[in-house]
Each structure stands twice: as C-alpha cells, then as structure tokens.
Design a protein around this ligand. Structure first.
Ligand SMILES: CC(C)(COP(=O)(O)OP(=O)(O)OC[C@H]1O[C@@H](n2cnc3c(N)ncnc32)[C@H](O)[C@@H]1OP(=O)(O)O)[C@@H](O)C(=O)NCCC(=O)NCCS
Length: 201
C-alpha cells in the first residue's frame, strides 16, 4: 500500500538524498528548493510500510501546473508508486487551479505518463556542462527588483504561462539568482537520459 503525503519541514535534506538515489544525481537538491520554499510549490513523498520510497515536486502557475523530479528508489519500482505520485501531483495541481499539467518525461517515465493520459507534445534535449564566458557584446548581471515586470513579460510571451511566482530577485546574502523553472531545467532528467518528452494532460 502506497501513501502519498506532503514533505515535512525536517525532511529537506532527506528528500534531496532520496531523489538523488532515484536517479536525479547530486544537483537535484538545488532544483527542489523552489517547490519546497515557494507558496506556489509542493513536494510530495510516497511511503510504503513507513519507508519513504519516492518523491515528486509540483509548481502551480494558476491555469498551468508543472510536475518535476518524480522519482522512485530502484528497489521500490514496479509496484505502482510512480503512478500514485503522478496521480497525487495532478490532483494537487488541479486543486490549485491547473487546467493543464505539464512535465518533461524521461524514457523511463514516458510509459507511465502516457498510461495516465499525458500526450506527447514535443521532444527536448537537456544540455549539461560548465558555463562558458558570455559573448563580449552581452552583459550579464544579477536580477534586480526593478527587472521583475520585464522578466515576467518576457517569460509570459515565451511560455504562455503566468509564472510570476518564479520570477524572484535573489535574497540578500545569496550569490546569484535561483533559476526559473524554465522548461528544460525544471523538469530535469536523470543523468544519462538527456532526451525527454514534453507531455501535457
Ligand atoms: C519512472 C519511475 C518514476 C516509475 O516509477 P514506478 O514506481 O516504477 O512506477 P509504477 O510502478 O507506477 O509503474 C511502472 C511499471 O510497473 C508496473 N506495475 C505497477 N504495479 C505493479 C505491480 N504490482 N506488479 C508488477 N508491475 C507493476 C506498471 O504497470 C508499469 O509498467 P509499464 O512501464 O509497462 O507501464 C521510476 O522508474 C523512476 O524513478 N525512474 C528514474 C527517474 C525518472 O526517470 N523519473 C521520471 C521523470 S519524468
């Protein structure tokens, strides 16, 4: 029997470890900071026999909602945990007003999502590497409070979504801005599976 519940406040570290072991690698902790900390986000945990075996992140942007970093520990797979997490994430996003739920599917996740009614929209390739230097005619700087409206408008025109909740300026003391949950980076794929499918239900 699988139970799906909200992440508890004292589990910030353990959910990062769990999702790393589920295939998302060591950088996943940074990606789950937004759904964990933002009022627009949710992190759900799947338990079997009192053991946490899977997790999923949700981001709600009004009429659209995103599922990301859905993972199940290898020894707990093929028992319906992934399905329970996906159904719970969709239910949570719909409760928050989502009419469309989007995600990036890995090759492993695709059959599960298609079974639950997601339809493939396109394919994307996620790139990884060390950031190089910017072109000399491009100036980069940290986002400022006064940039917020322009960034929100650019994001809205690029995605068709209102993701104001994710357009944030960095908190004092942080060295740089948190990344937006922009399409390839939020729905990150586990290491070794760079191609993913953008699906919606
Ligand atoms: C993709 C992933 C989340 C699926 O998790 P899962 O818990 O195995 O998912 P489910 O058990 O609900 O479904 C997986 C398969 O097991 C089958 N299954 C479910 N319960 C079963 C049971 N009791 N006995 C036998 N098979 C069962 C399902 O029918 C499904 O089969 P299918 O793939 O042929 O359709 C998991 O493989 C994973 O974490 N992968 C790495 C991370 C990843 O790629 N995540 C997706 C990101 S988008």
């Amino acid at each position: 029997m699988t139970d799906v519940r909200d992440l508890r406040a004292d589990e910030a570290r353990s959910i990062g470890d769990l999702l790393s072991r589920a295939g998302f690698g060591p950088t996943v902790a940074g990606l789950i900071a937004f759904p964990r900390e933002s009022p627009a986000g949710d992190v759900l945990v799947a338990e079997r026999n009192g053991r946490s075996v899977g997790g999923v992140c949700c981001a709600s942007f009004g009429a659209t909602g995103w599922i990301g970093a859905l993972g199940v520990l290898p020894d707990a797979r093929r028992r319906g945990v992934g399905e329970a997490l996906t159904r719970s994430a969709c239910a949570r996003l719909r409760e928050r007003g989502a009419e469309t739920v989007l995600l990036f599917a890995t090759d492993m996740g695709r059959p599960l999502y298609e079974r639950l009614g997601f339809e493939s929209e396109d394919t994307v390739t996620a790139w990884r590497g060390t950031a190089g230097t910017a072109r000399s005619d491009v100036t980069l700087r940290v986002l400022r409070e006064e940039d917020r409206a322009a960034v929100r408008a650019i994001d809205r025109s690029a995605t068709g979504e209102d993701r104001a909740a994710a357009v944030r300026t960095p908190a004092p003391g942080r060295s740089g801005p948190r990344p937006l949950p922009c399409r390839p980076s939020y729905g990150t794929s586990p290491a070794g599976t760079p191609r993913s499918t953008l699906g919606r239900s």
